[in-house]
Design a protein around this ligand. Structure first.
Ligand code: SF4
Ligand code: MG
Length: 458
């Protein structure tokens, strides 16, 4: 998912709309904006893309005020459903509060069960709602303290942006799984999942919100807190591999540069005699450029993307996903015919995309197809907010590289090594911090209260 917030700007809702537009790649199922005029919160939320949901400019008349938060959603917890659209907004005895969440809580079900035993009635099936219930029940006096009290004992990944009548609060979990950045525009503070949202609205990027940090913004300015026990941060390496936009700075590094470096190391580790390097657009492009630069093989666009199709992987139904590959990409015969082709992509999840595309590239006349993947084999599901499928569906969890090569029908298949990935991301030489890499190692930095069975994932 993607989150955005702005405090103290006369165009708050409009700017939030633009921010969400830039974050659309982080979720395409639904989106929403909640605004505050200082006395009341108002919301507009619907299923669909930002451009469609906010097509009618009159919508913004219903979102008055100088502060606002917004959310783009793709479901990792709670199903794709109208009732789960965010921001969630409620009224309770202290006023109104809204929240937008990126991430996935690992113990939400336990907490929800407890809250329900105590009489709470939930209106969504999303993990995020437990936080709102706990804020309503919190004993502390200030909003900041109530948020901290509510988050006590909540485990997992969360970047949260709260809005009340008079305040905006942004919190990043102590592990810092998901990105969250702070910026400024015409004297107003802005927060967003990625810096690409700041670029669009011409806000100045100030800094990351740190793992475990909470900032409270009100008419007196910004106050920063570090209310949680410190742990070694484990930001998600998959943001750099696939999820974030390449024009963003994520966890202090340029996504584009990291991806290109993945491609360079990939080329050193898996060289092959060939004529051209082609990316699987869009996710494979920076790594393919890196592969091409390092290998000296010319970079070509052998597959053309239909830009009116969303991110295939993220559409929840398997049936749509199958269909998606062909709608989305088509081979350029003149580029591919008679060539030995290196095909670069960021990851293989189920193997469906690669298998279909290799068939397409073969039909376009390729002489040889050498697939190169700019991450290690994905063998474990994510519990922290990336919608990877169950272990059973992850092809690399039960198949060797040679078996996957046969399944996707490539001539050769090579993955970036785990150490190569760490080196490219600056971990091995110590220039970057640690990352979560559980989807490659099963080494989960935040344990689950009880191990979820595969059937509960998705
Ligand atoms: Fe990211 Fe993988 Fe860790 Fe999930 S398991 S947070 S996708 S690195
Ligand atoms: Mg892709």
């Amino acid at each position: 998912c993607g989150v955005f917030g702005i405090f103290g700007h006369p165009e708050a809702a409009n700017l939030t709309y633009l921010g969400l537009y830039a974050l659309q790649h982080r979720g395409q199922e639904s989106c929403g904006i909640v605004a505050s005029d200082g006395n009341y919160l108002t919301s507009y939320r619907k299923m669909g893309l930002v451009a469609d949901v906010f097509r009618d400019p009159k919508v913004f008349d219903r979102l008055p005020g100088s502060s606002a938060i917004g959310h783009v959603r793709y479901s990792t917890a709670g199903g794709s459903d109208v009732k789960n659209i965010q921001p969630i907004m409620v009224d309770y005895h202290r006023g109104s509060i809204a929240v937008a969440h990126n991430g996935n809580l690992v113990n939400a079900q336990e907490i929800r069960n407890q809250l329900e035993l105590d009489g709470s009635i939930f209106s969504t099936t999303a993990d995020t709602e437990v936080i709102i219930h706990r804020i309503a029940k919190a004993k502390a006096d200030t909003l900041a303290d109530r948020v901290v009290e509510a988050l006590y004992g909540i485990k997992g990944a969360y970047c949260l942006v709260f809005l009340t009548e008079t305040r905006l609060v942004a919190v990043r979990d102590p592990n810092g799984f998901r990105p969250l950045v702070l910026g400024k525009l015409d004297g107003a503070y802005v927060v967003a999942s990625e810096t690409c949202a700041f670029d669009l609205i011409e806000a100045q990027f100030i800094r990351e919100i740190e793992p475990g940090e909470m900032v409270v913004i009100d008419k007196n300015g910004l106050t920063s807190y570090h209310p949680f026990d410190k742990v070694d941060p484990t930001p998600c390496i998959f943001e750099h591999i696939y999820f974030a936009r390449p024009d963003s700075i994520v966890f202090g590094q340029s996504v584009y540069e990291v991806r290109k470096e993945f491609g360079r190391v990939l080329a050193r580790e898996n060289p092959v005699e060939a004529d051209i390097v082609i990316p699987i657009p869009d996710s494979g492009v920076p790594a393919a450029i890196g592969y091409s630069e390092e290998s000296g093989l010319p970079f070509q666009l052998g597959l053309i993307r239909n830009h009116y199709v969303g991110r295939t992987f993220i559409e929840p139904a398997q049936s749509i996903r199958h269909f998606g590959v062909k709608i989305k990409l088509n081979a350029v015969r003149d580029v591919i015919k008679g060539k030995r082709v290196v095909v670069v992509d960021d990851s293989i999840v189920r193997g469906t995309t690669a298998r279909k595309l290799i068939k397409m590239i073969r039909q376009a006349g390729a002489k040889e197809i050498h697939v190169r993947i700019s991450s290690p084999p994905t063998t474990f599901p994510c519990y922290y907010g990336i919608d990877t499928p169950t272990r059973k569906e992850l092809i690399a969890s039960s198949h060797s590289i040679e078996e996957i090569n046969r399944y996707i029908t490539s001539d050769t298949l090579g993955y970036l090594s785990f150490e190569g990935m760490r080196k490219a991301a600056g971990v091995a030489d110590g220039s970057a911090g640690h990352y979560c890499d559980a989807c490659f190692t099963g080494n989960y930095p935040v344990k689950f209260p009880r191990l979820k069975s595969d059937s509960q994932l998705g």
